[in-house]
Design a protein around this ligand. Structure first.
Ligand code: ADP
Length: 468
């Protein structure tokens, strides 16, 4: 697997959870899998083993000196080291701005990952994830097309989010050592620019997205980000495989981050989690019997931050409380902080990325809000189900595929009014305790573990190997 993130070492979102938990799930089925990510500045070299020294990557006339490290995971977990490119504060940028050399960074990364496949882990499948690994199929079809190491190797490109595309001006082609012949509408050209995600979409042997509904949605202009045409053209090799989740990390029975453990059979610990969460956020005066809404999210329009801002005043008129953790667009970070400033007794916000707090919110909240504009799969609503924290979601992508009547509340129209309607219904249901408890327990019993999804990937790999 070639990915820019993998838990536990490098995570900004769901991609990391998936790439961190799919390989062990595949191994449990008897498949071998390895992962390669960049060695970012936040990943200490201490604890890593240097397994390949002095690996020069040539992009045209430019030479990048790299090395490969291995992390002590239960499966081969490689990190491509190139300090001038990756030893930085962010993964993709800082202060809301992308690094200006991202086209080089992820070109070198793709070449380094291919070197890992050449020297350290011979593979039959290169499974690439999102735009950062989109050049792998391009290099295989051009630079390495006659290379015996890669003869017969197939590529699978997984789209975790079509909204992030890796778009660069045409002038980068030589800097990234990309064959000019690739620059065409059935290759990596996107309206005059170079698109790394389109490279993956156009050139991989097979494609998938992380839920069946999102696989359909991205073939429409509304969700296609201009790529719906090529996705429709490749519909024959495009499938949707719902992400699994790792219940070893996300279960209220065993979670080390939460103040009290609980289960569907004994929910008493959840109340403790709620009280502690209110106290942690400085809301001790909030009546514990009133609904506490939780949000853990990137603060972006994709996640419906604008809808929330539209509806929140009417929501708060219901005597409910909100705790939110997130970071992302500065505009929405400010909007969340301003909201907390306006409603200090009702709303508390933490801007940042905090894994432990994310767990405590999942455990301590009564309801979890995900009013996403689009959602390829979404993991938090699945975690919420397991924690008995009833999701209120917009019926799109994976949210629509994982939440049903009886386990959560869904609305369809992308409007503040529709969100408000769903929250009102949730608040009404909350006041009927037995009904609410049934709903919590139904959600807690739902199983989205990797078993099914890993088997689907395994079958897809096998199918790929039989294709010419
Ligand atoms: P996306 O990948 O689009 O951000 P997902 O729902 O697929 O959304 O996955 C989000 C993952 O990132 C979850 O594991 C969630 O708990 C985590 N996460 C998101 N924002 C934060 C944050 N600010 N602090 C801690 N964890 C976060």
């Amino acid at each position: 697997m070639v990915s820019s993130e993998a838990a536990p070492l490098a995570k900004t979102g769901g991609l990391a959870d998936v790439v961190g938990s799919l390989p062990p799930a595949l191994r449990a089925l008897g498949d071998e899998a390895a992962v390669c990510i960049p060695r970012y500045g936040s990943i200490a070299l201490k604890g890593l083993r240097r397994v390949y020294d002095a690996l020069p990557v040539y992009l045209g006339v430019d030479r990048y000196d790299t090395a490969i490290y291995q992390a002590p995971e239960e499966y081969p977990f490689y990190l491509l080291d190139c300090p001038p490119l990756f030893d930085r504060a962010g993964f993709y940028g800082e202060s809301g701005l992308d690094y200006p050399d991202n086209h080089i960074r992820f070109a070198v990364f793709c070449r380094g990952a291919l070197a890992a496949a050449r020297y350290l882990f011979r593979t039959e499948i290169l499974h690439c994830h999102d735009w950062q690994s989109g050049l792998v199929p391009a290099y295989l079809r051009t630079t390495f097309s006659l290379d015996p190491t890669f003869v017969g190797v197939k590529t699978l490109f997984t789209i975790h989010n079509l909204g992030y595309q890796g778009l660069f001006p045409k002038t980068i082609l030589p800097e990234a050592a990309l064959d000019p012949a690739l620059f065409q509408p059935n290759g990596l050209e996107f309206f005059g620019s170079v698109s790394y995600i389109k490279s993956g979409i156009a050139l991989a042997d097979a494609l998938n997205t992380v839920s069946p509904t999102y696989a359909r949605e991205i073939q429409t202009p509304e969700f296609g980000f201009g790529l719906d045409g090529i996705l429709r053209a490749r519909a024959g090799v495009l499938t949707g495989i719902l992400n699994g989740v790792d219940y070893r990390e996300w279960s209220p029975e065993t979670d080390p981050y939460i103040p009290a453990r609980y289960s569907a059979a004994d929910l008493s610990g959840k109340r403790v989690c709620k009280e502690e969460l209110l106290a942690e956020f400085g809301l001790p005066a909030a009546p514990v019997g009133r609904p506490l809404l939780g949000i853990v999210s990137r603060f972006t329009r994709q996640k419906g931050a604008d809808l929330l801002m539209e509806a929140i005043r009417d929501i708060l008129a219901q005597d409910v409380y909100l705790v939110a953790l997130g970071n992302g667009d500065p505009e929405y970070e400010e909007a969340f902080l301003a909201l907390a400033g306006s409603f200090p007794d009702r709303v508390r916000v933490r801007v940042g990325f905090d894994e432990a707090l994310a767990h405590r919110i999942e455990a301590g909240a009564d309801m979890f809000l995900m009013p996403s504009h689009y959602e390829p799969c979404g993991l938090n609503q699945i975690y919420s189900l397991r924690y008995g924290t009833v999701p209120v979601v917009r019926a799109t992508g994976g949210l629509d595929d994982t939440i049903e009547e009886g386990t959560g509340f869904k609305f369809t129209e992308y409007s503040g009014a529709a969100l408000l309607g769903a929250v009102l219904e949730a608040v009404r249901t909350f006041s009927n305790e037995p009904v609410w408890r049934d709903m919590m327990r139904r959600g807690m019993a739902r199983d989205f573990s990797w078993k099914t999804s890993a088997a689907a990937y395994s079958a897809l790999y096998r199918d790929l190997l039989t294709r010419p």
